[in-house]
Design a protein around this ligand. Sequence first.
Ligand code: DER
Length: 224
Amino acid sequence: EEADLKKKLAGEKAVEYIKDGMTLGLGSGSTVYWTLKKLGELVKKGLDIKGVPSSLRTEGWAQSFGVPLTDFQKVRQLDLAIDGADEVDPHFNLIKGGGGSLVREKIVNAASNKVIIVVDESKIVTRLGKFALPIEVVPFGWEVTASYISELGCKPILRKRENQVFVSNNGNYILDCLFDKIEIASELHLRIKEVVGVVETGLFIGMTDMVIVGMSSGVQTINK
Ligand code: DER
């Protein structure tokens, strides 16, 4: 379907920036799915890379596509991370976490020399915040954490999947928080991080070097 084609275009384009011998950060989500699939084909043709997966779902996809995996016991620094996003603003600041992998994604991206974000054009926004901001919190006392976060101007909703509370790969909960208006994303991120019980926010500030956008007319690569 249309959106999938745009994701496929963007996801596959990112592979062009992967060089032999690289250690990669493997992002999460249905756009990165296409990166992983394409990458598996190149590995079969002899490309020598290995990747650190940013979610158990990505780990499973990588294994099924034959993408060699490594971890932070073996590598401390990654050459390139390729990841998706829920929103991208003109400063390349992101909202991520729609898939619930934001903590491991941020750890992987922070450990990478370069970060490429792959999206379909629906993710490109002029201002962050139409998409509810995912915030990972410790389950103990999450109700209190949520009330502190709400004082920052949002209504935190505990994420559920099939009527069960969603539990992240790290054993934590996710609050989806719709803010009336995100004035300065970097400030909001810091204010949220200070709240006791918060693990990480889905605001990825100043971490992105390149954005690849899949459109109906083709694919566009935007550098910072
Ligand atoms: O959860 C995440 O951060 C994912 O990267 C998500 O934001 C992008 O998912 P999609 O590529 O399936 O839209």
